[in-house]
Every structure is written in C-alpha cells, then in structure tokens.
Design a protein around this ligand. Structure first.
Ligand code: NAD
Length: 485
C-alpha cells in the first residue's frame, strides 16, 4: 500500500504535479524508523527546462498585478496552511523526523506567518518622489524577475515559505529546489499557493541533488538565488551566481556563542541553552552551541542543565508527548556520533548523553560536554546535532574576544540581569541575529541572517523585501534640454 506521505508526483510545475521517472530515484526515509515512506525522482534536464521556462513566462504578468491582488493570494495561502496545520505537521514530521510537538507550532505555522506578513506588505512596496526644483526623480521598487530558492533539510516547509513569500510579494516567480533529504513539504506549499489563486508557474518545485541546484543557479534566465545550506555549498553557489552577476541571499551555518553571566537567572539561562541546542534535535543553523558560562555559576548551571536535559522525552515523533526526535538521516547521525567521539578523545567532560539512543531510528541522546576549550573540534566546527559545548570564562572582555574567534557569525545570545552589559556585549559580538535573555526566537517580523561566513543578505522582515526587489530611478525633466552643442 502506498504510504500517505508519497506525493502524487516528484515535481510541481506550471500549477500541476509533473513526473519524469528517468530522473535518479530519491528515497524518502522516515528517520524515526528507517523505513522508506516515499520515492521521488531528481529533475532531468527536461524538467529543469520546463520549470525555468514556465517560471520565466509567468513572472511578468504576476508582477503586473497590483500588490493588493498578489498580497490577497498570499494571505489566502496562509489561511489554508493554518486550516491544514495538523496534516502539514504530520507530513513535516515524516519528512524530517522532528516531533509533532514541534512541527505543530513551528513549521506550517511559521510558513503561514511568512505568507501573511509578506502578503500584507505587498501593497505597500512603493518608491520615492525626490524633488529637484521643477524637475524630479521618482523611484520604483521592481521585481528582480526569476528567483531560485534552494533549501536545507531541517525546515522544509518554513524555508520554502521564507523564500517564496517575499519573492512572490515583490512580483518575482520562483523555482524552488528542496533538499534531497526532505523533498515532500515544499510540494504542499506549491499546491496551496495554486489553490489560493496564484497563477500557474509563479511558484514551482523541482527535486534533486546539488547537480540540479547547480543547473538552476547557472541558468542565464535566473536573476537571483537564495540558498539555505552549509558554508561549503554557499561558497560554491555564491561563486556560480557571481558568474552571471545574479543577486544572492546566503543563509548558511554557524557555531554561535551563548554567553551566560553569573548574575543571570539560572533557569532561564538553562532554558535558553536547551532551546539553543536541543530543539529539532540540534539541527538548527542559529544554535548557540558554544555556551560560555561564567566560572562562579558553572557547576550550578551544569547540574540544573543535566537535570532538565534528563526530562527530554525521546520516542515516537507522532506522539505529541515526545519532545526530542531523531537525526534526519543515518548519515547525519553518524557525523554527529563522530563529533561526540572527538569530544571525548580531546578531553571534554561528558555531562550527559554521549551516545546513540537504544531504540529504532536515528536517535542520539541530548549530549552536554563541559570543560570544553576553544581549540577543541567540538568548539570550532558546526556539528548540526544535539551536542552542547560548555566553556567557562572569567571576564566580559575575554569572553567577547573568544566568542568572536570563529569564521561564523550567524547568531549570538547573552543572559544577564545587567542591561547595560547585555547591550554592550551584543554590540561587540560579530553576529547577525542576536538574543538578550532568550535564544532562537525567529518571528517573521525580525530580520534573520548572518555575518562573516554565515551568510549574505537577510530573510524575513522588511529587509527581505530589499533582497527580492530592486530600485529603478527615473529623472523627469520639465524644461528644455541643455547640451554642449
Ligand atoms: P547543504 O549545503 O548540504 O545543502 C543545501 C542545499 O544545497 C541542498 O538542497 C543541496 O541539494 C543544495 N546543493 C548542494 N550543492 C549544491 C550546488 N553545488 N549547487 C546548488 N545547490 C547545491 O546543507 P544541508 O546539509 O542540507 O543543511 C545543513 C546546513 O544548512 C547547515 O550548515 C546549516 O547550518 C545550514 N542551515 C542554515 C540556515 C540559515 O538560515 N542560516 C537554516 C538551516 C540550515
């Protein structure tokens, strides 16, 4: 019997499901059991061509609609997503393995927020009037054209919406390629947009590995590429986009610092560290995986952290009581287990977890290492799993310098009751998305993105509009033209 997660076909182009079984089969594995629940096929060159030519053809008419009309469609799509939140959350859980307890509140709902927010902005994307005596200049905010979105595997619905919603609000069309690991959810986003009234071809989904992503990025018809992925992929995609002078948004990896001063509320700080390391089993780009704790409260913090981490409920992700799911794939599990071994070998002190959980699926116990030093592999490299490194520090000056000593700069957080210190420390940290007495909140109203190797551009908020549109300026002369001859 066909599993309910199996999509009707692999791709969604020009308003309908499209199949081409000549493409490499991509198995979809449910991470909680290891069972294959669906198969899709990577896009063949013919499918890539169909998607790009369709999106190119659909864009101009879409951009000519008023912002109010485009916004209404996006907001209707948001409503549909919310009505179907339960089913979409179940699919997200099948796609990623994340527990339903999370997907019910963080995926389709976050996607709907983006559709609603950018739907609301679409009608207000205006230009400026710049008076110059009797002449004037006016500016117009115009669409870029055809955009390509490429997703990572941790938030397949959210990533499709975070890219699709602002792109469409600005009058662009999009071809979106989900991660080959989680190909299911973006198809639902495409389906819902059509149901909400989006013209066929405005938002298309094609499946495939890096090769398909590469074919999309290098196509001369494409005006912009927005990637969510790792730094090495980001470097390749950025370089390929530069060849064609395309706009880019790069949402890449991190090794973010979370700094806890000795005056912090311990339970809130522990809560922040848990949210910043164990949500989605640690598969979150902005995670605060280097937790710097001031020496005076270190043992108290570790004791409370170990106690609360012991309350994590590992189990069937479809059971709403489960609060901690598996790694997305066996491969990712093995990568993370490799880092845990490195941590042990390099002398970090294991506080809790530290091994694969004794159950079906790709579960790793939530793991905390203490006495981690700056040079250890687990403190330097992005692990993308439930492995928290606790480092200790004495002074503010020292911790800021150590926190910044990384190629990454996605996020940073600080817990302290001293508000001047909180703002001073955040001001000195090299990171794009920061938190004071909190961690990992990502409301659509706030800009999201990194500095240094963690990325270029911003998603969400009004900032995203700037990255999916461009300004045309028009000089208007009222009098005669003066010329030298
Ligand atoms: P990845 O870099 O392996 O793949 C990301 C996407 O790029 C996939 O769809 C993949 O098929 C595609 N791709 C790979 N090579 C390509 C190429 N040469 N040209 C075009 N496309 C190509 O990342 P992943 O393993 O799927 O995701 C985990 C990474 O994503 C982590 O580093 C994580 O930090 C990052 N991430 C960042 C954010 C953010 O917003 N900053 C959010 C989620 C994940």
């Amino acid at each position: 019997m066909t599993h309910p997660a199996q999509p009707k076909a692999s791709h969604f182009i020009n308003g309908e499901y499209v199949e081409d079984t000549a493409g490499t089969p991509i198995p979809v594995i449910y991470a909680a059991t290891g069972e294959q629940i669906a198969t899709v096929h990577a896009a063949t060159p013919a499918i890539v061509e169909q998607a790009l030519s369709t999106a190119k053809a659909a864009q101009k008419a879409w951009a000519r609609m008023t912002g109010t009309e485009r916004g209404r469609i996006l907001r209707r799509a948001a409503d549909i997503m919310r009505e179907r939140n339960h089913d979409l959350s179940v699919l997200e859980t099948y796609d990623t393995g994340k527990p339903l307890q999370e997907t019910l509140v963080a995926d389709a709902t976050s996607g709907a927020d983006a559709l609603e927010y950018f739907g609301g902005l679409a009608a207000s994307l205006t230009g400026e009037h710049i008076p110059l005596g009797e002449d004037w200049v006016y500016t117009k905010r115009e669409a870029l054209g055809l955009c390509v979105g490429i997703g990572a595997w941790n938030y397949p619905t959210q990533i499709a919406c975070w890219k699709g919603a602002p792109a469409l609000a600005c009058g662009n069309s999009m071809v979106f390629k989900p991660s080959e690991t989680t190909p299911l959810c973006a198809l639902k986003v495409a389906e819902i947009l059509i149901e909400a009234g989006a013209p066929a071809g405005v938002f298309n989904v094609v499946q495939g590995m890096g090769e398909v992503g590469g074919a999309l990025v290098t196509d001369p018809r494409v005006d912009k590429v927005s990637l969510t992925g790792s730094v090495p992929t980001g470097k390749k995609v950025y370089a390929a986009a530069a060849e064609g002078m395309k706009h880019v948004t790069m949402e890449l990896g991190g090794k973010s610092p979370l700094i806890i001063f000795d005056d912090a509320d311990i339970d809130n700080a522990v809560g922040g560290a848990i949210n910043g390391n164990f949500y989605s089993s640690g598969q979150v780009c902005s995670n605060g995986t280097r937790v710097f704790v001031q020496k005076g409260i270190k043992e108290k913090f570790l004791a409370r952290l170990a106690e609360r981490t012991g309350n994590a409920i590992l189990g069937d992700p479809m059971d709403e009581a489960t609060s901690f799911g598996p790694m997305v794939t066996e491969n990712q599990m093995n990568i993370v287990l490799g880092y845990i071994e490195k941590g042990k070998e390099e002398g970090a002190r294991l506080i809790c977890g530290g091994k694969r959980a004794d159950m079906d699926g790709y579960f790793i116990e939530p793991t905390v290492f203490a006495d981690v030093t700056d040079d250890m592999t687990i403190a330097r490299e992005e692990i993308f799993g439930p492995v928290m490194s606790v480092l200790d520090f004495d002074t503010e000056e020292e911790v800021v310098a150590r926190a910044n000593d990384t190629e990454f700069g996605l996020s940073a957080g600080v817990f302290t009751k001293d508000f001047t210190r909180a703002h001073r420390v955040i001001g000195n940290l090299e990171a794009g998305s920061c938190f004071i007495n909190s961690y990992n909140d990502a409301p659509v109203e706030a800009p999201f993105g990194g500095v240094k190797a963690s990325g270029v551009g911003r998603e969400n908020s009004k900032e995203a509009i700037k990255h999916f549109s461009q300004v045309k300026s028009v000089y208007v002369r009222m009098g005669d033209v003066e010329a030298a001859f």
